[in-house]
Design a protein around this ligand. Structure first.
Ligand code: NDP
Length: 613
């Protein structure tokens, strides 16, 4: 248990003793290490099952009500945008603002929305507050209903942006890009689709998402299950009944099993618990589940915001999350609390006398205190002590996605809900009738996979489901066979005028939409400038790319942290020693310094690191 502790004595920072803390940090570290060790497995990132071949149906789109019938198109355009999620939409919006109107958006799904198009599972909600996460609020004049928006509101907002920027006439939905080839003589990308379309585009922006392709655990017998089954990002409401809001009225007589207790599982399990005849939750690693603290938006507060407020709020949030001191925490929630505590301690309390080791020690203590507080929530919410014990997370906050939910833990006190804790080992195998854990078979009518998305096991082109051929027909998959290679996370050597938007090799912030907007604004400015100067092509120089890859892959403060973490996709299932894993391979100083660096690069105007033709 945590005791109230003073970290400052005589105006100086001080590392408290075990007695003062009420727990022994060394003992805590041993417990965290032991929990990690029992989850490490030799097959690491290869433990998952690809959804190709006879498992392909897990990737089908269950939301399309009618197939769009249209003839193939052949078009010459300025920019082809691949992906109609917030990244692609922000790119389109920023291009328009920069005066570039000849663009098309090509998207496999049936509408705008990206992750929010696909993830319609009951209870889907964004953990990042709506006033920062929902893009273009000032531009569209929309006031979010609550501090934390649910999926349907976010999905509707994507459509609002589509209408506001008149993007629908320039979007091709239910269309998958199959291939892109660079035509050197014409300085054009030839983009072909599964609808027989050919777009000849001066530039291409690939914003196909980083968590888009569902993954399944590679369980023996996976194909044997005779009941109903689907992945959470392709929710089958025809089977469950209800909607994103819950009321899954067709499950009343069903035995439902769900594998996965990550950020998605946490949100849909309360709805399954309410509706299912019986729900079995198969847990390998518990999530850390903190309070949600949601509240309706105060219209007076919202109206009182001055023009430019959203940019300022995003900047404030991004600063806090990059450890940059700000006068006031405008967002003031679970994310900023996690980031603030150490920087507040270090700020202005004469921390200069502390060694790096002592600062690390303090960070660790604060993490343990956070863990103790979150674990105490489990005891308060779950009646059965053994179930409560199994639901406690024993790892540091950034080892896995922190979650926030008020209904999840109480679900386990329902008589129709059973937690099947696998002791960190995972489900053993699948049978015709259900799942086996510790030799016990659990019979199920329906098996739901809340098992996340391909990240580290997939090659880039596999994940994006397309092939990109650059100069001399070199495949991007080949160029990136030993990891992503870019300059600024956007351009690659040998692939002129092909910009990537996303997560890896850029400056990271947990607010994805702000990150994507910063990239979109940068690319739009670069293209507008290139047009003004009559530049035909922009391409990363080999040396610039090599240097950038070395920079983003150099060990940073997260490297050691993640190496000691319980396995997950953040640390390549516990194998990450350097750049492997989702949270590795970023601009070392974080989001805000990255945005500043890009602004300085643009201001210099010499296209440093690029070959310009
Ligand atoms: P995750 O990859 O985070 O979670 C997958 C879950 O499946 C884990 O609990 C994992 O256990 C479990 N699992 C995998 N294999 C097995 C097995 N063999 N047996 C038992 N359990 C297994 O996927 P999510 O869909 O939950 O989340 C993905 C990401 O999407 C999040 O990290 C977040 O970035 C984003 N997201 C964001 C939300 C938001 O609010 N903004 C909401 C939902 C998702 P283990 O931990 O042991 O590997």
């Amino acid at each position: 248990m945590n005791k109230p502790v003073k970290f400052v004595t005589d105006g100086k920072l001080y590392v408290p003793t075990a007695e003062e803390l009420g727990f022994d940090p060394a003992q805590m570290r041993r417990r965290y290490d032991a929990e990690r060790d029992k989850r490490l497995r030799p097959d690491a990132t290869t433990q998952y099952q690809d959804i190709d071949g006879d498992l392909k149906h897990y990737n089908d789109d269950p939301y399309i009500t009618a197939k769009i019938e249209r003839a193939p198109v052949v078009e010459d355009i300025e920019v082809a945008i691949l992906g109609a999620g917030f990244g692609g939409m922000l790119m389109a919006a920023r291009l328009q603002e920069a005066g570039i109107r000849s663009f098309r958006i090509i998207e496999r799904a049936g509408d705008f929305g990206g992750t929010w198009y696909w993830n319609r599972y009951p209870g889907a909600q964004c953990d990042v507050e709506s006033y920062t996460y929902l893009p273009l609020l000032e531009e569209t004049g929309y006031m979010p209903k609550e501090k934390y928006s649910f999926g349907p509101e976010i999905y509707e907002h994507a459509q609002r942006i589509g209408r506001h920027y008149d993007l629908y006439p320039r979007a091709y939905f239910q269309t998958q890009v199959r291939e892109m080839r660079w035509d050197e003589a014409a300085s054009r990308w030839v983009v072909t689709t599964d609808r027989g379309d050919t777009f000849r585009a001066h530039h291409v922006v690939v914003s196909s998402g980083s968590l888009n392709r569902p993954k399944l655990p590679g369980l023996p017998g996976l194909r044997n299950f005779k009941g109903h089954t689907f992945h959470t990002s392709r929710w089958d409401y025809a089977y469950t009944g209800g909607s994103s809001e819950g009321n899954l009225d067709k499950l009343g007589d069903k035995r439902v099993g769900i594998i996965g207790t990550g950020a998605t599982g946490i949100q849909c399990i309360p709805h399954l618990g309410k509706a299912a005849g019986h729900l079995y939750v198969f847990q390998r690693t518990p999530s850390s589940v903190d309070e949600r603290r949601n509240s309706p938006t105060d219209p007076n507060w919202f109206k009182s915001q001055k023009p430019g407020w959203q940019r300022e709020r995003n900047y404030n949030f991004a600063c806090l999350l990059a450890g940059i001191p700000v006068e006031k925490d405008l967002v003031n929630d679970g994310w900023t609390e996690l980031f603030k505590s150490l920087s507040e301690l270090l700020d202005g309390t004469g921390a200069a006398h502390l060694t790096t080791e002592e600062i690390k020690q303090l960070g660790e203590i604060l993490d343990y205190q956070h863990g103790n507080r979150v674990r105490a929530r489990v005891d308060a919410a779950v009646k059965d002590p053994a179930t409560a014990e199994a639901l406690k997370a024993w790892y540091r906050p950034w080892c896995k996605r922190p979650t926030f939910n008020d209904e999840y833990l109480p679900t386990f006190s329902r008589p129709n809900v059973t937690l099947v804790d696998t002791g960190g080992k995972g489900v053993e195998r699948v049978t015709e009738k259900g799942l086996v854990v510790n030799g016990v078979e659990y019979e199920l009518d329906c098996l739901i996979f809340a098992t996340g998305f391909e990240v580290s096991r997939a090659t880039y082109t596999h994940q994006a489901e397309l092939e990109i051929y650059g100069r001399d027909g070199v495949k991007l998959g080949q160029h990136w066979s030993r990891g992503m290679r870019t300059y600024h996370g956007m351009l690659s050597h040998g692939f002129p005028n092909c910009f990537h938007m996303g997560f890896t090799q850029t400056g990271y912030s947990p607010n994805f939409t702000d990150m994507l907007d910063q990239q979109a604004a940068h690319i739009a400015a670069v293209l507008a400038d290139a047009n003004a100067q009559g530049i035909k092509s922009l391409e990363a120089k080999k040396q610039a790319e090599d240097d950038w890859v070395a920079l983003v892959n150099s060990p940073n403060q997260m490297t050691e942290y993640l190496a000691n973490c319980t396995p997950g996709y953040y640390n390549a299932e516990g194998t990450s020693k350097g750049n492997e894993g989702f949270l590795q391979g970023h601009y070392p100083e974080g989001g805000v310094p990255f945005y500043r660096m890009l602004a300085q690069w643009r201001a210099k105007g010499d296209h440093e690191g690029l070959t310009v033709r």
